[in-house]
Design a binder for this molecule. Structure first.
Ligand SMILES: [Zn+2]
Ligand SMILES: [Zn+2]
Length: 80
């Protein structure tokens, strides 16, 4: 591909592409899905112990999975 400098600059606008921070691994290994993060997601504690909310950068697919797992009320998503 032959890109002009402007096109390259635009492509790298947001410094490094942000990767989804989901964890599909087991207890021993961290295994992110490798997709590009699109959402800044705030997750309320759902275990009932009043932990602070966590913030994760997630791709659309993992956001959907998180919504399904934790429920819509626990999740606040903003586009990155
Ligand atoms: Zn908790
Ligand atoms: Zn993901």
């Amino acid at each position: 591909m032959d890109l002009t400098f402007d096109e390259i600059a635009l492509g790298w606008d947001d410094d490094v592409p942000l990767e989804c921070e989901c964890d599909h691994g087991d207890d021993e290994a961290y295994a992110p899905c490798g997709r590009r993060a699109k959402w800044r997601v705030t997750i309320d504690c759902t275990c009932g112990e009043d932990h602070p909310r966590t913030v994760e950068l997630l791709c659309t697919k993992c956001l959907r999975t998180a919504r399904k797992d934790l429920g819509d009320e626990a999740i606040t998503a903003r586009p990155l």
